[in-house]
Ligand binder design. Structure first.
Ligand code: HEC
Ligand code: HEC
Length: 155
């Protein structure tokens, strides 16, 4: 009888500590995201990064040296992680200066930590590591009223 009670208490404690761990994630190395970022927010932001560039987590995160080679998300030894941090700062500057998230119209968006910013990683990257910065070469006739065909000048 005593033993069952002990086991029940243990099971209870273990499940409690699991529940605690799930709500109290502590990230170790945040320099651009808020320190109190929740797991749910982190998952959604990291998914946004990955999907925007069309890459997996290991594009920006390295594995540890342990036997299982588990991902070491806090490590800064990936060059792309450093670039991504700078990109994040640049994106915030653009949004703050030109999209004014503090204006009334935008306040609801700005207060939502899970918002996709006005300019997001996807705005430039469109699912690619390197955004394209040249429009595709022209094919076929120019659009009506558009650029004159070569050699021809509009009066
Ligand atoms: C394009 C680069 C990029 C991709 C892809 C990416 N991350 Fe991140 N990740 C970052 C950056 C940058 C930080 C640091 C944010 C900061 O400094 O505030 C970070 C931080 C984290 C952290 C917090 C680590 C800590 O304790 O400080 C976790 C967890 C994480 N990423 C998980 C993931 C997962 C899971 C994926 C795949 C779904 C992923 N990341 C994909 C760039 C990326
Ligand atoms: C204003 C446009 C713009 C936005 C917004 C933007 N990027 Fe970029 N990003 C670029 C350009 C352009 C390059 C390519 C630079 C080069 O070719 O040297 C680049 C390159 C990168 C690279 C390096 C890729 C490689 O293979 O070397 C990473 C990582 C990256 N961006 C992450 C991000 C993340 C994460 C976000 C969102 C927080 C983001 N970028 C938002 C324009 C942007």
């Amino acid at each position: 009888m005593k033993k069952t009670l002990l086991i029940a208490t243990l099971v209870c404690l273990i499940s409690l500590s699991f529940a605690f761990q799930q709500t109290q994630v502590k990230y170790e190395n945040l320099k651009v995201l808020p320190k109190n970022t929740t797991k749910k927010e982190m998952d959604s932001i990291m998914r946004h990064f990955s999907m925007s560039l069309g890459v997996r987590c290991n594009f920006c995160h390295v594995r540890g040296n342990d036997a299982q080679r588990t991902m070491n998300f806090a490590s800064d030894s990936s060059k792309n992680k450093i670039v991504a941090r700078n990109m994040f700062k640049m994106m915030n500057k653009i949004n703050k200066k030109y999209f004014k998230p503090d204006d009334d119209d935008n306040r609801n968006l700005a207060n939502n930590a899970n918002r996709i910013p006005q300019v997001s990683c996807y705005s430039c990257h469109h699912g690619k590591e390197h955004p394209e910065n040249k429009p595709p070469a022209p094919t076929g006739p120019p659009p009506a009223g558009g650029a004159p065909a070569s050699g021809e000048r509009k009066p």
